[in-house]
Design a protein around this ligand. Structure first.
Ligand SMILES: NC(=O)c1ccc[n+]([C@@H]2O[C@H](COP(=O)([O-])OP(=O)(O)OC[C@H]3O[C@@H](n4cnc5c(N)ncnc54)[C@H](OP(=O)(O)O)[C@@H]3O)[C@@H](O)[C@H]2O)c1
Length: 325
């Protein structure tokens, strides 16, 4: 194979994922080239694969939003990181590949002694939670927090971050007793099995929450409004159960609520650098000390990417599913 070629996971219409040949990415100013050791799966990859979440302009068409690996080349103007550094990184695409080009502002230094499979469990989830829960709706110490999908790739970080940020009471929803147990280990004071309990009833009886992180949408939108305290904030990062709902907005008005939603992927690199900087300052020291731990469901050899995505699609997992190169 020519040296400017690499292996990448190819998704052809209706076919199982396979490894194919792809051109190695070229470096733009400010980017580094990473030899990928591990690629993190995200639910967004499944949505991209079925054609509903195309990569933003300029991003690689290859799936994959986060990697860990070693820098093998640096582009013009790269100042902080150098060849040989072990890094974990957020990407707008291109993570299911042997090499990835990453803006320097989307990199984290992998702590000494941490392996690459554990390292890839952090970037997308930490940055998404910070950008939404802490930046956009400003969860503060002493406030009550609800995290839906408490054992999702996102949820396992959100619970740990909220606990470290001093949330007064943390609620999580999850789909089994086993997942509820894990949510409590990660910081939830009360884990609600949404298949057997109604979170609206439980949380209303308890007095409500200040901040809700939701990826479910649909009929959860009205219930999130219902469990919010006055001046409460609800942030959606997805609407897995539907973008539409018929809503009664009276409690939004009367309780002075904020409803918000954001995506991370298409934000400009400067904005991602701001988010990386904040995560690195506020939460990365807890990754280094082990107070925030990775939660790994399973690591698959990259040749088994199809099985890895099938596991995520089935939805039985907790935390991260990872591909190893
Ligand atoms: N906006 C952004 O910037 C952004 C960034 C990253 C991720 N996301 C989105 O965030 C979501 C989570 O991503 P991920 O990669 O962490 O996916 P994931 O690990 O597959 O998690 C999906 C979660 O949804 C939970 N869930 C499904 N139905 C539920 C319900 N009715 N009530 C409560 N929880 C329910 C599942 O819980 P059980 O397994 O327990 O049923 C599971 O934990 C995805 O939709 C993704 O697209 C958005």
């Amino acid at each position: 194979m020519a040296t400017d070629m690499m292996k990448a996971v190819i998704a052809e219409d209706g076919q199982p994922l396979t490894l194919g040949d792809f051109e190695k990415p070229m470096l733009n100013p400010g980017e580094v080239l990473v030899k990928v050791a591990a690629s993190g799966l995200n639910r967004a990859d499944l949505v991209q694969r079925r054609g509903a979440y195309p990569p933003p302009k300029g991003a690689s068409p290859i799936m994959g939003l986060e990697i860990s690996g070693t820098i093998v080349d640096t582009g013009e103007g790269v100042s902080r990181f150098k060849t040989g550094d072990r890094v974990a990184a957020l990407l707008a695409g291109g993570g299911y590949a042997e090499y990835a080009a990453v803006d320097e502002g989307s990199l984290f230094p992998v702590p000494d002694g941490m392996d690459m499979v554990n390292a890839v469990c952090f970037p997308e989830a930490l940055m998404t939670v910070w950008a939404n829960v802490f930046d956009r709706v400003n969860l503060k110490s002493g406030e009550a927090f609800l995290c839906h999908g408490g054992t999702s790739g996102i949820g396992v970080m959100a619970l740990q971050m909220a606990r470290l940020a001093g949330a007064s009471k943390i609620y999580a929803t999850a789909g089994s007793e086993e997942k509820c147990t894990l949510a409590k280990e990660l910081g939830a004071d009360r884990a609600i099995n949404y298949k057997t309990e109604d979170f609206e009833t439980v949380i209303k009886e308890d007095g409500g929450v200040d901040v809700t992180l939701d990826m479910v949408g649909g009929d959860y939108i009205q219930k999130n409004i219902s469990v919010s305290k006055p001046d409460g904030r609800i942030i959606n990062i997805a609407y897995m159960n539907g973008f539409t709902a018929e809503l009664n907005f009276a409690p939004v008005l009367m309780k002075r609520l904020t409803l918000a939603a954001t995506t991370l992927r298409a934000r400009p690199v400067d904005e991602k650098r701001r988010i990386r900087d904040a995560v690195e300052k506020d939460f990365w020291p807890h990754v280094v000390s082990g107070k925030i731990r990775p939660v790994l469901e399973q690591a698959f050899p990259v040749a088994d990417a199809e099985d890895a995505q099938a596991l995520m699609a089935k939805g039985g997992h907790s935390g991260k599913i990872v591909l190893v190169w």
